[in-house]
Design a protein around this ligand. Structure first.
Ligand code: NDP
Length: 285
């Protein structure tokens, strides 16, 4: 068997067209959604992510504002910016690029962002709403994965999903979103014993660890759907957590790295920004 490769770039473009339509509707009301991105320090990976987000905004006609602070910025300095952005009527979404320098509390900064502008869906209020299945923001990468799974037409109800990784950004919320879709979810992490015995049971295997080629063909059930979230730089090349060449021969569907989950993450961020602007500013017909 050779897996169908899920083209995240193409799907992101398709979703992008829908976002454009929503943006045009907002334009007729004189509304241009605005996204503020805060970047502290000079981490090269963060710089790249922020640049990609800004470019995506520009392509779509979303106003983007970059607030760049030095590594030496204090927590209070960052919080002052957050307060200003919370009150700024031209800004609908606020994103703080992680990781922050160690002297700044990520929790404190995230809690300071207005939940109405929390387009990353990291604020505890929005996380809670997501767990309860209430309408609101959905976290970008997990939502992108859910959209991908729906796009390939898989029935999620009753499927065994195994998530490797339990971060607040990817692992935990993606499992939660799929639980809300009636999947049976197993979480694995660095303390899991005999990881392979779990991954081999997965109808849908989602890997979000950050270790190149952690999952090989021996860890995957024949005909599984494999979603590779990992982004690792190996010899200056971007690779996932899944050994693409071998798993391709065993899985039914597989996401590539790059060109899989990554483009979907940015698209969902744009969608959240448009959602925030619509909720805050649009006059509903
Ligand atoms: P974190 O480092 O926050 O979390 C990694 C998780 O993997 C932890 O839960 C950790 O377990 C677990 N883990 C570590 N080693 C093992 C192991 N040997 N076996 C099983 N589990 C293990 O990473 P993120 O969730 O933020 O990101 C994961 C990957 O996804 C990274 O490569 C990141 O770059 C990428 N990413 C990609 C995005 C995209 O849009 N494509 C978006 C966000 C992230 P424990 O909790 O026990 O420490």
């Amino acid at each position: 068997m050779s897996a169908t490769i899920i083209d995240g770039k193409q799907l992101a473009q398709k979703k992008g067209e829908m976002i454009k339509t929503a943006l045009e509707r907002l334009k007729t009301q004189g509304i241009t959604p605005g996204l503020a991105v805060m970047l502290v320090g000079e981490d090269p990976a963060s710089e790249t992510y922020v640049r990609n987000k800004q470019r995506a905004c520009e392509r779509m006609g979303i106003h983007s504002r970059l607030i760049r602070l030095p590594t030496t910025a204090t927590e209070q300095h960052l919080l002052d910016h957050v307060v200003q952005l919370n009150e700024d009527p031209h800004i609908d979404g606020i994103l703080v690029q992680l990781p922050l320098p160690v002297h700044i509390s990520t929790e404190t900064v995230i809690r300071a962002i207005s939940p109405e502008k929390d387009v990353d869906c990291f604020h505890p209020l929005n996380v809670g709403k997501m767990i309860l299945g209430e309408t609101g923001f959905l976290p970008c990468t997990p939502h992108g994965i859910l959209v991908m799974l729906k796009e390939i037409g898989v029935t999620l109800s009753g499927k065994h999903v195994v998530v490797v990784g339990r971060s607040h950004i990817v692992g935990k919320p993606v499992g939660q979103l799929l639980l809300n879709e009636d999947a049976t979810v197993t979480y694995c992490h660095s303390r899991t014993e005999n990881l392979s015995s779990f991954t081999k049971q997965a109808d849908i295997l989602i890997v979000a660890v950050g270790r190149a080629n952690l999952i090989t063909e021996a860890d995957v059930k024949e005909g599984a759907i494999v979603i590779d979230v990992g982004m690792n730089r190996v010899n200056n090349k971007l690779v996932g957590d899944v050994e693409f060449a071998s798993v391709r021969d065993k899985a039914a569907f597989l996401t590539p790295v790059p060109g899989g989950v990554g483009p979907m993450t940015i698209t969902m961020l744009l969608e959240n920004t448009v959602y925030a602007a619509t909720k805050a500013r649009a006059v509903m017909a």
